[in-house]
Ligand binder design. Structure first.
Ligand SMILES: Nc1nc2c(ncn2[C@@H]2O[C@H](COP(=O)(O)OP(=O)(O)OP(=O)(O)O)[C@@H](O)[C@H]2O)c(=O)[nH]1
Ligand SMILES: [Mg+2]
Length: 334
C-alpha cells in the first residue's frame, strides 16, 4: 500500500534532516508524524518517526549529543501566556524592541545604543484599560544573528509586532530580511491570516502581524513610514516614538484591536458590576460561551442571563445563544 504522503512532507523531511537544533528538530519530527496519513501504508514510517522522536527527547534530557554535532540552546522556547493576549516584539537589531517593552511594563530589559543587546526573551505585562496584555521582547533577527528557539515562541503567540527602527540605516532591507528568514522557517507574517480550514500546507504557521514604524521623529521619519506602508500594503503601520505618549497609546490600542478579543464584565445579583476582571472571549461569543470561559459548571447550570450594554435595555433578559458585544455586562442566572 503506498504511503501517499502530502508534497510538503518531503520538503519538511529535508529540512528535518538538515536541522541541527534539537528543540526545532523535535518539533519538526512531531509535525512530520502529524502529517502522515494514518493507514497501513504508513505503519512502518510512523513507527520509525516515533522512534526518532523518543531518541530526540532522550538526547535533549541528557543535554544533547556531542557526536551528532547538535546543541541544545540554553534560552527558553516557550513563554507561559498571561493576561488577555500575548504579543511578541520582533525585528532587526537596535530597532527599539526592548525600549517598547520598557515603556509599557515594569519589566527591566537591557537597552543600549548598539545592536544585539537582547539575548533572551523577556516578558512584561502591559495595562490596556481594564485588562492586561503580555508583551514579550526578543533578540533581534539579522543575517548575523538568529536563534532557532525563537521560532517556537513566535508560533505560539497571539500577535506579532514587527518593530522597524526608521532611523536605522538600511531598515527596509533589515525588516524584509526578518520576514524572509521566518518564511524560510515556515512562519508567514501576514496582516490577515487565512481561515485554518483553507490552509492546505499544515507545516506553515500564519501569524497576524502589525508594524511599529519606530523612532518616527528621527530624520525623515514620516517619509520613511509612508514608504513602508507602500512596501507592506494591508499591514497596519503605526508610527511610534517612546518620546511621544500619544503614538505609544495608538500602538497599544492597535495591539488590543488586532488581538480580536472581547471583554465581558460580570455582576452578581444585587451588586454592582466588577470592572476589574473581565471574561475574555472571541468576538461573536454567546452568553453560554462566556459562562463556559468563566467555569464549565456555570455553562452547564446556566438557565438565562441578564445583559447591560450598548443597544440593549438595561438588564435585558437573554437566552444562552445571545451574542455579546465588547464591554457588555452580564448577570448569570443558574
Ligand atoms: N530616537 C529614538 N531612539 C529610540 C527610540 N526607542 C528606542 N530608541 C533608542 O534605540 C536604541 C536601541 O534601543 P533598544 O530598545 O535597545 O533596541 P532593541 O531593538 O531592543 O535592540 P537589540 O536588543 O539589540 O535588538 C537605544 O539607544 C534606544 O534609546 C525612539 O522612539 N526614538
Ligand atoms: Mg533589545
Amino acid at each position: 500500500m503506498p504511503a501517499n504522503l502530502p508534497p510538503h512532507y518531503y520538503k519538511l523531511e529535508r529540512e528535518f534532516k538538515a536541522e541541527r537544533d534539537l528543540n526545532e528538530k523535535l518539533r519538526m519530527a512531531q509535525e512530520l508524524l502529524a502529517l502522515m496519513p494514518k493507514h497501513k501504508g504508513t505503519d512502518k514510517l510512523q513507527a520509525e518517526m516515533k522512534g526518532k522522536i523518543s531518541k530526540l527527547k532522550k538526547q535533549m534530557e541528557s543535554g544533547g549529543s556531542k557526536s551528532g554535532g547538535a546543541s541544545v540552546t540554553a534560552a527558553i522556547d516557550h513563554i507561559d501566556k498571561e493576561g488577555a493576549g500575548q504579543v511578541i516584539l520582533i525585528g532587526p537589531p537596535n530597532s527599539g524592541k526592548s525600549s517598547i517593552l520598557d515603556y509599557f511594563s515594569n519589566a527591566k530589559p537591557l537597552i543600549a545604543d548598539y545592536p544585539y543587546t537582547t539575548r533572551e526573551p523577556l516578558a512584561g505585562m502591559m495595562k490596556f484599560e481594564t485588562i492586561q496584555l503580555q508583551l514579550v521582547d526578543m533578540p533581534p533577527i539579522s543575517p548575523d544573528f538568529f536563534e532557532t528557539w525563537m521560532l517556537g515562541i513566535i508560533r505560539n503567540s497571539d500577535l506579532i509586532c514587527m518593530v522597524a527602527g526608521l532611523g536605522d540605516d538600511g531598515f527596509e532591507e533589515q525588516v524584509q530580511y526578518v520576514f524572509d528568514k521566518l518564511k524560510e522557517r515556515r512562519i508567514i507574517l501576514t496582516h490577515t491570516p487565512p481561515d485554518p480550514d483553507d490552509v492546505e500546507d499544515l507545516s506553515l504557521a500564519y501569524k497576524k502581524t502589525i508594524i511599529a514604524a519606530h523612532k518616527i521623529y528621527d530624520d525623515e521619519g514620516e517619509v520613511r513610514k509612508s514608504r513602508f506602508e507602500e512596501l507592506y500594503p494591508g499591514f497596519t503601520v503605526v508610527g511610534t516614538s517612546i518620546l511621544d505618549d500619544e503614538t505609544m497609546d495608538r500602538l497599544r490600542a492597535t495591539m488590543f484591536d488586532k488581538l480580536n478579543i472581547m471583554r465581558v464584565y460580570t455582576k452578581t445579583i444585587g451588586h454592582d458590576p466588577d470592572f476589574s476582571d473581565p471574561i475574555i472571549v472571541p468576538p461573536g461569543a454567546t452568553v453560554e460561551e462566556a459562562a463556559f470561559a468563566l467555569h464549565k459548571d456555570f455553562a452547564y447550570k446556566l438557565q438565562y442571563a441578564k445583559v447591560w450594554g450598548e443597544g440593549k435595555h438595561d438588564g435585558q433578559r437573554v437566552q444562552k445563544t445571545f451574542v455579546l458585544q465588547d464591554g457588555d455586562i452580564i448577570e448569570f442566572h443558574l
